[in-house]
Design a protein around this ligand. Sequence first.
Ligand code: PMP
Length: 369
Amino acid sequence: DVIGGDATLADLPLREDLRGRSPYGAPQIDVPVRLNTNENPFPPPQELVDDVTTSVREVAASLHRYPDRDATVLREDLAAYLTGATGVTLSAANVWAANGSNEVLQQLLQVFGGPDRTALGFEPSYSMHPILSAGTRTEWLSSPRRADFSLDGPEAARQVAERRPDVVFVTSPNNPTGQSVDPGDLRAILEAAPGVVIVDEAYVEFSARPSAVTLIEEFPNKLIVSRTMSKAFAFAGGRLGYLAAAPAVIEALLLVRLPYHLSVITQAAARAALRHAKTTLGSVQALADERERVVRGLRERGFTPVPSDANFVLFGRFADAHRAWERYLDCDVLIRDSGIAEHLRVTIGTPEENDVFLTASDQVSEEIY
Ligand code: PMP
């Protein structure tokens, strides 16, 4: 018996447009092999753990004061990392940071979306894009990918020109399907877009394709590139997302961000993690190699993996994907049912975890494939 437990959701004076909606819900289950939320499977190296600990200890003495509201030093560090990674010289004025890229995306929708505005995405794609749109009362426009989940560039640009969304989401590499956008296709979408184009590059470090950051100079009032430290940086628990754009975009975000949204602790921990970027990002190649091994293993077992340049693979085909997901769980392997018919998504884990996954795949393929 919980205090207040008699009041149900239906009893609340909820906004009508939120009634009947479902929250984001990747299951958090304690299973030996967890390959369901696209984290880096390698824990942070001891030097990073020590640096975070020392840095947080230092700032703890000033916890009675609010943090730097603009997270200037952290943004300088992020700009330096992006400059090195993309070859485009960026400064703190080009970079914004928040608690995970989900918060970055929400702030962008607060600024560029909202009532009477629309956001368009090419689905299947990241499920939070429509959820964040709903939360900010931005009407969601769904545009389909091809049957093989690739993006039809000319058709995408045509849809953008015709439907004139205020916000376009291009996820590259795309979650949950794995492929990156072709640079020519992205350019066509940018040229067609009447509003802003958010390229969600949460998994870009795993891809050999160039970052959209190289196009910011050409499309300063349209292009916003969103990134995160949750994946390749092995910092999902630290909650640090960021973006690169023209300085005017950052000025716009100041209008909606909560003051002091990035805690003293988050800023210090993220800066420490960035100092060890070389080591954490060293796992990227190993994970890409493991991805190719998992893809081969799935093919050998008769499955159909979708080509991926991220740290996960969508694969099928299952007559009943949800039952197959349950069978993997019976084998102590938690993967993801993204709701795509006949398909499941597996995050690339450590070599040992991938072995357990492939062994489980033997069983699943025998029983129900
Ligand atoms: N974008 C994409 C495409 C994602 O897959 C994710 C994580 N699942 C995010 C953004 C958000 O990640 P975070 O808030 O941890 O940065």
